[in-house]
Design a protein around this ligand. Structure first.
Ligand code: 4AD
Ligand code: MG
Length: 463
């Protein structure tokens, strides 16, 4: 059995002196000043490292002296108050065990590296201050997601990752197949015979758990999903990845207004978690990454989100006098520049934009009585733009079938989904929050590639 260790985050909270404290971690720096060797140890449990001091009473002091950044060590010693600036305690080592030496070419030497460089070593970057903080925050937020929904009695549903249906109807799915691409079986007409494929039909990675989630909501009431989703959209932006995590609540007996109320409470809960449980990491981001972060997060918790229809948003964009690259008119997709104008300049806080033209939204959204819009909602937030997309769902069977066919999809492919509109259909609504975009918002990190451990983007699938 391995000897026990205390995590550095806990050691730093101990009031010194304390004898026989044992830590294990990786060396951030080694400084040799004749009699004493200073070892800065980080174990990933906190932003702060612990300084250990080794002296010539150690039998292996000459070995310790030669240690380099990145090496793994176990240190035992007495925790004492530190005279040095910037730390309250230090560890007087009585034993330093060398667990795993780092080759001298370890790429994370003590200096600032660019995010671009660190992306090329995604397997090592969690050992830096910034990424350590990002991934601790990510973990806390994931837990907070479950707390929020579980406390409200929602049922967590594991929707499938492999699917035969395009939940968004946008044709951005990755194919899942076991056929040999160099010689696929063909039918009499010469087309690929998908019947011979693993599932006996075409299959894909899911773009959203929503449709499966809906079937559970209209039987179990309030449900949520939290899992990976995949989009084969070839967009090289700082806000898109091909594999991302989404939280999708779905509620029976619920309309668009209730949906927005839940979304607002959810985002506020996540931000409160950051402010209360991730204090050291958020202060780091506020100091080093985005000086407006703390003020923005506190402001968000204290003020109501704005609500505005798409029609009004278009009118205000047209009246803004801003020069946009893309034109604005009723029927246009709002581009990032428009979204940012609305949430950053016009409103200055998160804004729900509702009731979009039906042509630019997915088939499952409920048609409004005006005949031109659907009960859709996007939540736009400063810095990030679209954080949430959702809607009230079309619960009327005939209207839904017509919408599916208008989109050019086949109703037979959605027969199981349509059944929910035949057996006790009810008004229901839900949304999807992009987890990475939430982390960007909560940390001030500007590129989505820096908030997911191993980003997947066009032409990038290393690690
Ligand atoms: O707006 P989207 O496409 O909505 C849906 O998928 C619905 N089925 C959700 C629902 O109603 N249950 O995606 C939802 C959110 C977006 O607002 C965005 O935050 C995020 O998912 N998202 C992405 N995040 C990273 N990379 C991408 N390529 C993303 N596409 C969407
Ligand atoms: Mg969307």
């Amino acid at each position: 059995m391995q000897s026990p260790r205390t995590r550095i985050v806990e050691v730093l909270a101990i009031a010194p002196p304390r004898a026989d404290v044992r830590i294990k971690g990786w060396l951030r720096t080694v400084r040799d000043s004749k009699q004493l060797v200073f070892l800065e140890v980080n174990d990933g449990s906190s932003m702060a490292s612990l300084q250990a001091i080794a002296d010539e009473t150690l039998a292996n002091i000459d070995e310790v002296r030669k240690l380099t950044t990145g090496s793994a060590v176990a240190i035992r010693g007495e925790l004492v108050a530190s005279p040095a600036k910037g730390q309250s305690v230090e560890l007087r080592a009585t034993e330093v065990e060398i667990i795993g030496k780092a080759d001298p070419d370890f790429p994370l030497q003590k200096k600032r590296h660019s995010y671009e460089f660190l992306r090329t070593i995604a397997h090592l970057r969690n050992r830096t201050n910034t990424y350590g903080a990002v991934f601790r925050v990510r973990s806390k937020l994931a837990h907070a997601v479950h707390c929020f929904y579980q406390d409200r009695g929602f049922v967590y549903v594991h929707t499938p990752i492999i699917t035969a249906s395009d939940a968004e109807g946008a044709g951005e799915m990755f194919r899942v197949s076991t056929l040999d691409p160099s010689k696929p079986p063909r039918n009499d007409a010469g087309a690929i015979d998908w019947d011979a494929d693993f599932f006996g039909r075409q299959a894909f990675l899911t773009v959203s758990g929503q449709l499966n989630g809906e079937t559970f909501a209209v039987g179990m009431g309030d449900i949520y999903t939290f899992g990976p989703t995949f989009r084969a959209e070839n967009s090289n932006t700082s806000r898109h990845v091909a594999e991302f995590w989404m939280i999708e609540p779905e509620m029976a007996f619920c309309d668009l207004d209730d949906n927005c109320t839940l979304a607002e409470a959810f985002v506020k809960h996540l931000v409160k978690t950051l402010l209360e449980d991730c204090t050291a990491d958020i202060e780091f981001f506020n100091e080093r990454v985005d000086q407006g972060l703390l003020a923005r997060l506190r402001h968000l918790v204290d003020s109501p989100f704005e609500r505005m229809s798409y029609t009004e948003a278009v009118a205000r964009l047209e009246a803004s006098g801003e020069k946009f690259e893309y034109p604005v008119f009723f029927g246009a997709n709002l581009q990032a520049e428009h979204e940012r104008y609305l949430t950053e300049k016009l409103i200055g806080r998160p804004v729900f934009v509702t009731d979009y033209p039906k042509e630019i939204k997915a088939f499952y959204m409920r048609r409004n009585d005006d005949g031109r819009t659907v009960a859709a909602v996007d939540l736009l937030v400063p810095q990030v733009g679209e954080l949430i997309g959702g809607s009230q769902r079309e619960e009327r069977y005939d209207v839904l079938v017509a919408a599916i066919e208008e989109t050019g999809l086949h109703k037979d492919a959605y027969s199981w989904y349509l059944d929910t509109r035949r057996y006790g259909t009810v008004p229901h609504a839900g949304f999807g929050l992009g987890f990475e975009r939430m982390i960007m918002y909560g940390t001030g990190m500007q590129n989505i590639r820096d908030v997911i451990p191993f980003p997947r983007t066009p032409r990038h699938c290393e690690f």
